[in-house]
Design a protein around this ligand. Structure first.
Ligand SMILES: [Mg+2]
Length: 102
């Protein structure tokens, strides 16, 4: 699955979520939601690295939760790019992968 396919699927999920939860995704919702997801990522990272509450979860569940939150960050980032018509593949090429040519 390439990044555009992942972005398309993430957008489909977000559309369903917004419809089912009656969420108004205005222009700044996308970045505000990313901030919420960063908070959830940090919480799960603290648990994963034995610096946060484990909430009676197994190590496997805690690692799975950390993976879920990383997925949320990527998904939400792709939604922001989609909302603002940013080609994330081009952005990655321009910002990250240019260093591979040096
Ligand atoms: Mg989350």
């Amino acid at each position: 699955m390439d990044i555009k396919e992942i972005q398309k699927k993430a957008t489909m999920v977000s559309n369903r979520y917004a419809l089912s939860q009656d969420i108004n995704r205005d222009d700044d919702w996308y970045v505000l939601k990313l901030q919420e997801e960063v908070g959830e990522l940090i919480q799960s990272y603290l648990s994963f690295t034995n610096r946060g509450r484990k909430r009676d979860k197994s190590d496997a569940e805690i690692k799975g939760n950390f993976a879920d939150e990383l997925a949320d960050i990527i998904g939400q980032t792709l939604l922001i790019a989609d909302h603002h018509n940013i080609d994330i593949e081009d952005a990655l090429e321009n910002k990250w992968f240019k260093y591979l040519d040096k």
